[in-house]
Design a protein around this ligand. Structure first.
Ligand SMILES: [Zn+2]
Length: 341
């Protein structure tokens, strides 16, 4: 039986050397040295031997079992290493490398300002109305009282597509026509945020793309005093209660009368500084009563309905709020700038 034992151990060892997978190793383990393995079974048969042969057999059997167990552990490590190496060579992915830390992102400074503006207007009962970036010449200009060759078109150098009637909107105002046509004859209180595009030289002060937030209120009996009261309410929510404002007469083709609104410079409190160009005032938005032609183009009868509109630039508001000196930083994708917000 001792001889049988030696043969068995030798066979087991030879088999073990030829194994090359974890599954085969598992099989080998239960075949020989597991609880029901052949070697384990043989150890139990020690009682069949004459008494004097038992110690020698038992000792040798235990010795062989330990040897096989050690060989098994070594072989298992080698097979695992080989399997890892092979999977790395096949997939090019080293699963044992530590992962790269995920750096949490944050909102773009313009998005932060936009959301602040949305919140304020939402509190005042204005909904967000989204309008398209690609517009027709008719929507972007004609229906807003810019006839072809109108000199005001010169102020808005336009990106045209290969179709001369299709362009990238130069302002969010075409959304006024779209929202009026959607809701007519219901009263309207919306803001129209979005990206606008102008074919301009890119400098520290001008970009080819920028956000605008347009606002529109249409209903019965809306007057210039409603426009002023609403916008003063907005600026006091944005810049704090009691911040002085002023309205200056201006001109836009789609409003009549038209005005620009300034707030007192919040850096120097009206004393005059570099940011306000020593005037004490910061221009923050344009506004006016919706022109009768525009109301009519939206489907509203200007003899019954009236309304006001306004437009502001979130980037300008961000620039003023943080003293940013170069508008190109907004779309330059420089993390050193963006991470400061
Ligand atoms: Zn100032």
């Amino acid at each position: 039986m001792l001889n049988e034992l030696e043969v068995l151990a030798k066979t087991a060892r030879t088999e073990l050397e030829q194994l090359d997978s974890g599954a085969a190793l598992d099989h080998w383990n239960s075949k020989y040295i597991g609880r029901k393995g052949e070697l384990t079974q043989m150890l139990r048969r020690v009682s069949e031997l004459p008494k004097e042969e038992r110690p020698v057999f038992g000792q040798r059997a235990n010795e062989l079992k330990r040897e096989l167990e050690t060989a098994y552990t070594a072989k298992e490590a080698a097979v695992k290493a080989a399997e890892l190496e092979q999977s790395m060579a096949e997939s090019g992915l080293d699963v044992t490398l530590p992962g790269r830390p995920a750096s949490p992102g944050r909102l773009h400074p313009s998005t932060q300002t936009l959301r602040r503006i949305y919140r304020i207007w939402a509190e005042m009962g204005f909904q967000v109305y989204r309008s398209r970036d690609v517009e027709t010449d008719e929507m972007n200009f004609q229906l807003l009282n810019f006839p072809p060759h109108h000199p005001a078109r010169e102020m808005q150098d336009t990106f045209y597509t290969t179709n001369p009637d299709v362009l990238l909107r130069t302002h969010t105002s075409p959304g006024q026509i779209r929202v009026m046509r959607d809701y007519c004859p219901e009263p309207i209180r919306v803001i129209l945020p979005g990206m606008c595009y102008r074919h301009e030289q890119i400098t520290a002060r001008s970009e080819i793309q920028f956000h605008q937030v347009e606002g529109l209120a249409v209903g019965r009996g809306i007057r210039m005093s409603d426009l002023k009261g609403t916008l003063i309410n907005f600026t006091s929510r944005l810049y704090g209660q009691g911040r002085p404002v002023r309205f200056r007469a201006s001109h836009f083709p789609f409003t009549e009368p038209s005005a620009e609104m300034d707030v007192q410079c919040f850096l120097c409190n009206g004393q005059g500084c570099r940011m306000c160009k020593y005037t004490g005032w910061l221009e923050i938005l344009g506004c006016g009563m919706v022109h009768p032609n525009v109301l009519r183009n939206g489907g509203y009868d200007p003899n019954i309905f009236s309304g006001f509109a306004f437009g502001m630039g979130p980037e300008r508001i961000t620039i003023l709020g943080h003293g940013i000196e170069d508008i190109r930083l907004f779309w330059g994708n420089d993390l050193r700038f963006l991470e400061q917000f």
